[in-house]
Design a protein around this ligand. Structure first.
Ligand code: SF4
Length: 290
């Protein structure tokens, strides 16, 4: 598990597939190369194919322990397009719902409205553990979305998925990451309206700020250069955008954070949720490895 997630408070990660056919231009995963458990064909052809770990649910049942705070997934989107036919996530959610041993928390990171196929299973799992969905929305501009992440769902479809998850009683966060060219105030206002808890944001990861580890993929840097959006990669400009977003959240008395602190908000108990589960303090750092 990366230092970023460990710093955020996660103890384990679960990656149900290798490679991700959303193929976002900025995806940091292929820049991790072998550190991400990837093969050369993954990082050189990122987004072109995927390989599901078909025994993930069975292995998860064996690996579950009390106190684990699991992030699913740091290296792929669990609801990438191929999940529509492979259907790996139902088994994973069933494992959470049925195993006699449950983790302290299980966080699903996605941008895929396919998650709505599993609403009932999400509800069942949420009765056994503190389950949260961190739903990525990266911009308020559909033209920008199409340029950076053409294989992902349109912006409005994602807000609609967030609304459906919330209506079903699932603890859902709007995670504005990475922040693509947008109207920052409009984007954060929409996130505040759509959810009840803290809002998490993160600008493009750039080497000037992130001294080690994965950074934004060169394809997104080229897009920024081509469209005169390079300022969105500049640390000072990024800090300004975050400050503007934070100010809007503060006006509404809502928490707003970025980086590991922001993702750490996904791991802790919050008063706005009606779902059961309490976090335990647990220092293990090994990875659930599939
Ligand atoms: S959805 Fe996430 S893991 Fe998949 S390509 Fe996009 S950024 Fe990478």
């Amino acid at each position: 598990m990366s230092g970023f997630l460990r710093e955020a408070g996660f103890t384990h990660s679960l990656t149900p597939a290798r490679n991700c056919t959303f193929g976002c231009s900025y995806c940091y995963v292929p820049t991790m190369r072998v550190q991400g458990g990837l093969k050369p064909e993954d990082w050189t052809h990122w987004g072109h194919h995927t390989t599901f770990k078909s025994n993930a649910a069975a292995l998860l049942r064996k690996a579950l322990r009390p106190g684990q705070i699991i992030y699913c997934s740091p290296l792929t989107d669990p609801y990438q397009p191929a999940e529509a036919t492979e259907r790996l996530m139902p088994g994973i959610l069933e494992a959470l719902a049925e195993s006699p041993v449950t983790p302290a928390a299980f966080v699903i990171q996605t941008r895929g409205p396919l998650i709505l196929n599993d609403l009932e299973l999400l509800q069942r799992a949420a009765r056994r553990t503190r389950l949260a969905v961190s739903f990525s929305v990266t911009t308020d501009r559909e033209d920008v979305r199409r340029i950076f992440e053409p294989h992902c769902a349109p912006v409005e479809e994602r807000w609609s998925a967030i609304a459906s998850l919330r209506a079903a009683g699932i603890d859902v966060f709007a995670t504005l990451a990475p922040i693509l060219p947008c109207d920052p105030e409009a984007l954060v206002r929409r996130a505040l309206d759509a959810t009840a808890g803290p809002v998490i944001a993160d600008p493009f990861h750039v080497r000037e700020v992130k001294r080690s580890g994965a950074t934004t993929r060169p394809a997104a840097v080229s897009i920024c250069r081509h469209h005169n959006w390079l300022e969105w990669l500049e640390p000072a400009f990024q800090r300004g955008v975050l400050a503007r977003m934070r100010a809007i959240a503060a006006e509404q008395g809502r928490a707003f954070a970025h980086g590991p602190e922001g993702f750490g908000l996904l791991t802790g108990p919050r008063e706005h949720t009606s779902l059961p589960g309490s976090l335990l303090s647990w220092k293990a750092v090994s990875e659930v490895s599939f």
